[in-house]
Design a protein around this ligand. Structure first.
Ligand code: HEC
Ligand code: HEC
Ligand code: HEC
Ligand code: HEC
Length: 240
């Protein structure tokens, strides 16, 4: 029982694609598709990359954050002007460097455009009213990321403790031992601190502790932090 007489079966789908691919017109079509895709990719990627870079410049941020409050305050600080001439600009502290975190931060920042249009912080008075809550949002991010953006430039591993002031070296040793992070002690490093910031900072940390648990053990040693902020030198450290 053979079916010699029946017509040759129609080749399967993959076979047809395979054959089509190797036919001359197939090769040309596929070739064009690939090249077009490649070019579109470059243009899209380039544009995307460009916008990611452009939105990281100081000019971009200060386009909205023009008031004395942001730019003016920051110009008074060591990250703008110092003996070595190395600067940290807005995005160095506020926008992550790592790709995935960066894209996420950019997407989250779209809400700023909404608030800009709504005029949420468009006068110095409104800014001051809103400052503590904005600072708290920033602290929360920094605390959660273990001050990742600070650590892009500063690392305990490379700090020469003997060269630091005793107070700094002691605090930093303690920071390492107690698993504390930069923003625990260095609030107000680039901007003025509003009234009541210490209470607010504590509540940010407590909320985080409640919300996140102890994220991979890295985020905080909350007990140590609370003990520290309650300690004698708490105000010395933070009021600067
Ligand atoms: C389109 C105008 C606009 C631009 C551009 C802009 N911002 Fe903002 N930003 C705002 C407004 C308005 C708020 C207040 C939003 C709110 O209440 O949440 C804000 C809030 C913030 C906050 C407070 C905390 C937070 O996460 O909301 C930080 C920090 C900040 N901006 C930093 C930056 C940096 C850094 C850049 C540049 C990379 C930048 N902004 C660019 C308008 C802008
Ligand atoms: C782009 C790199 C960069 C980033 C990001 C950065 N810093 Fe700095 N920081 C510097 C430089 C440069 C100096 C000044 C060094 C000098 O004294 O010449 C400095 C100085 C300091 C000082 C010394 C202040 C003083 O009065 O002597 C402290 C404290 C500090 N940074 C904390 C921080 C914290 C906290 C963050 C994160 C919120 C941070 N830095 C983010 C580069 C950076
Ligand atoms: C336990 C509190 C504490 C923590 C956490 C902490 N610091 Fe400090 N830091 C201090 C104190 C106190 C000083 C000395 C007074 C001052 O400059 O504020 C200091 C000083 C500094 C200085 C200036 C050193 C000098 O000799 O000029 C730098 C830079 C600095 N800290 C960066 C950091 C960075 C970056 C982190 C996170 C990786 C960090 N600190 C974490 C308390 C702390
Ligand atoms: C050295 C790191 C650093 C630099 C540079 C920096 N910031 Fe900040 N920024 C912070 C920290 C830390 C906070 C959280 C509040 C605090 O501790 O002062 C903050 C808070 C803010 C807030 C919330 C409101 C407030 O006043 O606290 C805004 C808005 C903001 N930054 C915008 C900017 C803009 C715009 C620039 C550039 C002109 C800039 N920042 C440069 C570290 C930095």
């Amino acid at each position: 029982m053979t079916d010699n007489n029946s017509p040759e079966p129609r080749p399967g789908f993959f076979r047809r694609v395979w054959n089509g691919f190797w036919s001359t017109s197939g090769v040309v079509t596929v070739g064009f598709t690939l090249i077009a895709g490649f070019l579109a990719g470059i243009i899209f990627w380039g544009g995307f990359h460009w916008s990611m870079e452009m939105t990281n410049t100081e000019e971009f941020c200060t386009g909205c954050h023009t008031m004395e409050t942001n730019l003016g305050e920051y110009r008074e600080t060591i990250h703008y002007n110092n003996r070595s001439g190395v600067r940290a600009i807005c995005s160095d502290c506020h926008v992550p460097k790592e790709w995935n975190h960066k894209v996420k931060a950019k997407i989250m920042a779209v809400k700023d455009v909404y608030h800009e249009v709504m005029g949420t912080i468009d006068t110095p008075e409104k800014y001051e009213d809103h400052r503590l809550s904005m600072a708290a949002q920033t602290w929360r991010k920094m605390k959660k990321s273990d001050s990742r953006e600070c650590r892009n430039c500063h690392k305990f591993d490379y700090m020469d403790f003997p060269v630091q002031e005793a107070r700094a070296a002691d605090a930093h040793q303690r920071a390492i031992d107690d698993d504390m992070t930069c923003i625990d002690c260095h609030q107000g490093i680039a901007h003025q601190l509003p009234e009541g910031y210490q209470e607010k900072y504590k509540s940010v940390v407590e909320d985080l502790a409640a919300d996140t648990g102890n994220q991979d053990g890295k985020t905080v040693s909350f007990a140590a932090l609370r003990a520290f902020l309650g300690g004698d030198d708490a105000t010395d450290v933070t009021e600067r």
